[in-house]
Design a protein around this ligand. Structure first.
Ligand code: SF4
Length: 440
């Protein structure tokens, strides 16, 4: 049986390590000099407001630069780096521009002539992914000859892992992203993610595991310096290896199980040949889900602090990225508002399919989806809607105050600054090297 080749290499030296990972899994031979290549890094979040931890969150500029250098040395002249990062304010083009500049992509443009694009400033085209599923992808990526996919090796609180297939979600438009977080149990998030690479040009995956992340995708997870690189011309094979390195059984990762089933592939890696290092020598357990109490009504750390009188149910897969970025901040604000006195039986519903608890005194419907789902629900005693999509900071503050939870408005209004508070975790830890996110 012919096998899919995956390289597994330790990151040791600039350029050399990435070159080895590329070579071992087949090299760049199939990319002709006249080919158009689209590089997709992972910039899941950015803020201009404060320095924040990028380790395990964003693809290192080291790997992006090494890949560009290899492609240029191979003779490829038409290279685009593109990303559609999550933005708190739709239409904000300044934040992505700041990200691209800070990460050194504009320097790569000067040195190697690469183009750098914010996908939200470019056209999208609808692609039929089969089974009645359609998503709109960035046209530059669609019309390239090859996609070089550079995800971060991370676990993910909704999809268990986020590797090369999931990283392609950053190529679709906002409506498509919302569609992926679908309440239809037959077409849920996992099935949509499993289709992301269908209909795209051939994908070369190089998973950046210089830093790996537990409970990603954001900076509130736990980061590790792992020094791993995984390469393959087959995205599923790369992801099966990546998941295994994160200590996750690929058979338990719903979107990988969908892809394998669609392609008639096994999930036990018996049709994958790993060249370089051995998975069993490098795999390390990485948790993926945030711990909640038994009935999923409150995060465990809040329960342990004795908080009561509020149910903030565990996020589900229908909560899309824009509400997700608000969710953690609201939880933080509630935790900081705790004064030791139970709140007045408040519940907070999120995503698209949560149901109110009979008997709850006050029900906050966080986001337009929840409002639409329950605006006529006679079972809600006191409805407090936050109708925005995504919910607006002012509306969130007003709603929580109305529910009797006196959160500090500065936390919600200063959402952009909160990631800066995670920087202290990395103080005096030289292995967390900011220079890996620069092009010098
Ligand atoms: S309200 Fe939230 S979950 Fe609903 S579509 Fe908007 S951002 Fe997504």
């Amino acid at each position: 049986m012919s096998k899919f080749t995956v390289s597994l290499v330790r990151y040791e030296k600039p350029l050399e390590s990435v070159a080895k990972a590329v070579e071992l899994c087949g090299g760049l031979g199939r990319i002709g000099a006249s080919a158009k290549v689209f590089i997709k890094p992972n910039i899941v979040y950015w803020t201009k407001a404060v320095p924040f931890p990028k380790w395990g969150v964003i693809t290192t500029s080291r790997v992006v630069r090494d890949m560009v250098e290899l492609l240029a040395a191979h003779g490829v002249g038409d290279i685009t780096i593109g990303e559609g990062m999550v933005q708190g304010r739709p239409g904000d083009n300044e934040t992505p521009a700041h990200a691209f500049l800070t990460l050194g992509y504009q320097e790569l443009a000067k040195r190697f002539g690469v183009k750098v694009v914010n996908t939200f400033e470019r056209p999208f085209e609808e692609v039929d992914l089969g089974g009645g599923m359609k998503l709109s992808f960035n046209a530059d990526a669609l019309h390239s000859d090859f996609i070089v996919d550079l995800p971060v090796m991370k676990t993910h609180a909704q999809t268990t892992v986020s590797l090369s297939i999931k990283n392609l979600k950053g190529l679709i438009d906002i409506n498509s992203r919302k569609r992926c977080h679908n309440p239809d149990p037959q077409k849920d998030l996992h099935l949509w993610v499993s289709r992301l690479h269908r209909g795209l040009p051939p994908v070369f995956a190089l998973i950046d595991g210089i830093y790996t992340s537990e409970r990603g995708p954001g900076m509130d997870g736990t980061m590790h310096r792992s020094n791993l690189l995984v390469g393959s011309w087959d995205a599923l094979s790369a992801d099966l290896v990546g998941a295994s390195l994160l200590g996750q059984d690929p058979a338990q990762v719903p979107h990988l199980a969908h892809v394998a089933r669609q392609d008639g592939r096994p999930l036990d890696l018996c049709d994958v040949e790993v060249l370089g290092e051995r998975i069993e020598d490098l795999a390390k357990p990485h948790e993926w889900t945030f711990p909640y109490n038994e009935d999923g009504s409150l995060p465990l750390p809040m329960v342990q602090r004795g908080m009561s009188g509020v149910n903030f149910y565990k996020y589900d897969s229908t909560m899309c990225t824009y509400c997700s970025s608000v969710n953690g901040v609201v939880l933080t604000a509630i935790a900081l508002a705790w004064k030791g006195q139970p709140w007045d039986d408040v519940e907070v519903l999120t995503g698209k399919m949560m149901q109110p608890r009979p008997g709850a005194k006050k029900t906050v419907l966080l986001g337009k989806c929840m409002y639409q789902a329950h605006k006529d629900n006679p079972g809600i005693a006191h409805m407090i809607p936050v109708k925005g999509c995504p919910p607006k900071p002012e509306q969130i503050i007003e709603a929580m105050h109305q529910a009797g939870i006196m959160i500090d408005p500065a936390i919600i209004m200063g959402m952009d600054r909160l990631p800066g508070s995670y920087m202290k975790r990395y103080k005096d830890k030289p292995e967390f090297d900011e220079n890996l996110f620069r092009v010098m």
